[in-house]
Design a protein around this ligand. Sequence first.
Ligand SMILES: O=C(CO)COP(=O)(O)O
Length: 157
Amino acid sequence: MDYVKTIALVAHDNRKQDLLEWVRWNYKTLIQHKLVCTGTTGKLVQETITGLMEEGDRQTYPIIRLKSGPLGGDQQLGAMIAEEKVDILIFLWDPMEPQPHDVDVKALLRIAVLYNIPIANNRSTADFIISSELFKQQYQPIKRDYSSYLNRTVPGE
Ligand SMILES: O=C(CO)COP(=O)(O)O
């Protein structure tokens, strides 16, 4: 990943205020990077950052807004990670409430682990990521070699 990173920000409803507070705290750093969000999170992040900009250069802050999580946004984000278009995932998911799209949440977390991108699922980990020395550098996550899996023989072959 480059100096300028693509950072995905996602939060379940009960965690959105937490994420927005984190965005407020870190917005000067965040605006130096590219942001991608699921739909409702994206709307709130965009409004928050736009509101924090100096009045003179205030403009709707550009972020990539995908569909809302339960409507396919988590899957769109997972696809972006598989295409190596996302460098970091900050996903404050709700540990206290089941979600209608639990399978999509699990799939998103799985693909983020598979591609070995940094993932924060709570604010303290998000703080550690954004304040890390590695955050300010180019960094290449080590990729596992899946060639033996890809070249396996399947039954009947
Ligand atoms: O449901 C989500 C993540 O699983 C987030 O979706 P929204 O940002 O659209 O609320």
